[in-house]
Design a protein around this ligand. Structure first.
Ligand code: MOS
Length: 689
């Protein structure tokens, strides 16, 4: 594929094709379909942390005018497959966490459904519960592997010997909070059974993977299920795997064949039913020579999962490949608690996993009195420390250098006082794998004198509607204005999930392959109805090269000397992420990630009351997410990177790298400003006074 791309549409800043529809409110979200006379669901959730429902009383709820039925574990249909216990809902009377759905009310209005749900009575048999993650939890266990297929533990060389022989050792424990996905559009389903056919309108990052799961659960042939989702109001990973809303709406719809059923999670329900990020307890150890050369890197992470389903976030994974050090060891240990099921969220693994190590690097730089930019450059590996493979491209050093120049970095010595504000700057590195997933298939058709690309892909608000025509235009060597895209529907060919920053690389590779077939078959002058399709090809280079995007995050923090208030006055990210397909949508994604990183550094924190198993701040009034007023000068740019090993677009995924390292850069800036080293996120006022 080297040199085959002559980008004309790729690389240009086309504005969003769905932009006008989105800002004028005419892009319909999953709940905004208006079927004739639908029925509405409301969920009843358990109010104990562990035990079982001895009795569920539905008489009062059923007697309410407008209520169609109340579905409980005794009346719910049996699912064909129950091994995913998050999704196997209403199949038994167990309460594995507070907030587990134990009944669904179906009624003729959302208000009636909600009122009736409050009339459902439950007698519980409680059991002792355990909701508290600690570093020395008595039941920590070693999962078989962690998310994305990484090994649980790794070891190279002799970490302990290298640490005891090192000139300088940093050995600190860092913690990150539980984080909750809060896309503006909550998880919603509209379900309709028509004969033996199920139609779902669902807010999802992947219509095809969702369809496969639902078909499996209900024992249906996949072709009997259609899923549509043209627009998504955010997901951040929480809509990457199906959650119980689709299962419950499908069950409820089965009770009323021919009638559409709508289910929308409330904001509060999002905190128990839509996945979240585990808190992490990270012990990061660095051993270095006096000149800053790392001899040892250790990263041991303790995390939680739920008792009913394992999700093991790969937080120690980035420490394995980030810096050169001959002696390395990493591990993950989990506690299975009586809490909701964690899941994908905003750069799983890399996001929490780059916090401890990148603050530890800053601590090492401070002890050695070395510029933290220089310390990172000194430890740049020539090959992937983990696999020994060369990097397909690795421009972290270029990001650090260009970022330092753009930011006006003058090292940690730049700390100063400006009136009541203590001002300091910090840096951290950023990384995210650049992967492509096999299996997607794209169709290209010549229709009404235009080229049409069909693929069951998703646009989370990231720009898929816009970049797929750009990619197809260059693949076909035609103007971008002559290409239309159709996505977000299982009527179109299979596409992998919009997740792991793999979407554009995977789908775009299929589009290029389909364009090749199309040109071979029809040349440059196709006729009406001419059509070709192809699948994402395997990439033989994936076994030979380590493939990652890199970045450098620079932050300036201002801390009020009296109150401890923290403002991030400047946040500049410089990234090396292959060819930028669309600078407008790319910048937006990178900035969005950085803002989420700021939010993680200063605001977001799910506060658990372990006595009752409840995240008490379960709404947007109390779970603080960065708002416009929190964001001052935030910039993202990139270096011109050419990597022939990736895919025909020569692009790397950019959906997640923006959040990685941001919280560490801010933490390091706060330290430069105040001398206070915070190792426990978020950085709240009390930690600085
Ligand atoms: Mo992303 S958290 O893999 O959707």
């Amino acid at each position: 594929m080297t040199g085959s791309l002559k980008p004309r549409a790729i690389g240009r800043g086309h504005s969003r094709r769905d932009g006008a529809a989105k800002v004028t409110g005419t892009a319909p979200y999953a709940y905004e379909t208006a079927p004739e006379s639908p029925l509405y669901c409301h969920l009843v959730q358990a109010t104990i942390a562990r035990g079982r429902c001895a009795e569920i009383g539905t008489t009062a709820a059923e007697a309410l005018e407008g209520v169609r039925c109340v579905i409980t574990p005794s009346t719910a249909e049996r699912l064909a497959v129950t091994d995913d216990r998050e999704l196997a809902v209403l199949q038994d009377l167990e309460v594995p966490f507070r907030g587990r759905v134990i009944a669904v009310v179906l009624a003729n209005s959302p208000e009636t459904a909600r009122h009736a749900a409050e009339l459902v009575t439950v007698r519980y048999e409680s059991e002792p519960h355990d909701c508290l993650l600690t570093a020395d939890h008595p039941e920590l266990y070693e999962p078989d592997e962690v998310n994305a297929g990484f090994p649980t533990d790794t070891a190279d060389g002799d970490l302990d010997a290298a640490l005891s022989g090192a000139d300088v050792v940093i050995d600190q424990t860092y913690t990150t909070a539980p984080y909750f996905n809060n896309p503006l559009e909550p998880h919603t389903t509209t379900a309709l059974w028509d004969g033996d056919t199920l139609t779902l309108r669902e807010s999802t990052q992947g219509v095809h993977p969702l369809r496969a799961t639902v078909a499996d659960l209900f024992g249906l042939p996949t072709e009997k299920v259609r899923v549509t989702c043209p627009y998504i109001g955010g997901g951040f990973g929480s809509k990457g795997t199906p959650h119980v809303n689709v299962v419950l709406a499908t069950m409820a719809a089965r009770a009323v064949p021919g009638t559409p059923v709508k289910l929308e999670l409330t904001r509060q329900q999002m905190f128990t039913l839509a996945g979240y990020r585990t808190p992490t307890i990270q012990r990061a150890r660095l051993g270095a020579e006096r000149d800053g050369t790392l001899r040892a890197v250790g990263m041991d992470v303790v995390e939680q999962t739920s008792r009913i389903k394992e999700y093991a976030e790969q937080s120690a994974a980035p420490a394995r490949m980030m810096y050169a050090a001959p002696n390395r060891a990493t591990s993950h240990r989990l506690a299975a608690l009586d809490l909701p099921v964690p899941s994908w969220m905003r750069a799983p693994g890399e996001c929490p996993g780059m916090f401890g190590p990148e603050v530890a690097m800053d601590e090492l730089a401070a002890v050695l009195d070395v510029d933290p930019v220089e310390l990172r450059i000194r430890n740049e590996p020539l090959r992937d420390p983990e696999t020994g493979n060369p990097f397909s491209s690795r421009n972290l050093v270029a990001c650090l250098r260009q970022g330092a120049e753009n930011f006006g970095w003058d090292g940690r010595s730049g700390a100063r006082r400006d009136g009541r504000w203590l001002v300091g700057a910090g840096v951290a590195s950023s990384v995210y794998p650049a992967k492509r997933m096999p299996g997607s298939r794209a169709v290209i058709r010549f229709e009404n004198g235009r080229y049409v690309v069909e693929i069951g892909a998703a646009d989370l608000g990231t720009g898929t509607w816009t970049v797929l025509p750009q990619i197809a235009a260059d693949a076909l060597d035609v103007p971008v204005a002559s290409v239309d895209a159709r996505i977000g529907d299982t009527l179109y060919p299979f596409a992998t999930v919009a997740g792991g920053s793999t979407g554009t690389a995977s789908w775009g590779s299929a589009v290029f392959a389909a364009a090749d077939v199309f040109r071979d078959k029809y040349g440059t002058d196709p006729g009406e109805g001419d059509e070709a399709d192809a699948e994402t090809p395997a990439n033989p280079d994936e076994d030979k090269y380590a493939m990652y995007g890199f970045g450098a995050q620079f932050a300036e923090a201002r801390v009020d000397a009296d109150t401890g208030e923290v403002r991030v006055s400047r946040l500049h990210g410089t990234f090396a992420v292959g060819r930028i397909i669309n600078p407008v949508t790319a910048r937006s994604q990178l900035l969005g990630g950085m803002i989420m990183g700021l939010s993680m550094a200063l605001h977001e924190n799910g506060v658990l009351d372990p006595r009752v198993g409840l995240t008490v701040n379960h709404d947007l009034a109390e779970y603080h997410i960065a708002t416009n007023a929190d964001i001052e000068d935030v910039r993202a740019d990139w270096i011109d990177e050419h990597d022939p090993h990736l895919n025909p677009m020569e692009s790397k995924g950019i959906g997640e790298i923006g959040i990685v390292g941001t919280a560490a850069a801010i933490t390091n800036a706060v330290h430069a400003a105040t001398g206070v080293r915070v190792r426990d996120l978020p950085i709240t006022l009390d930690k600085l006074l």
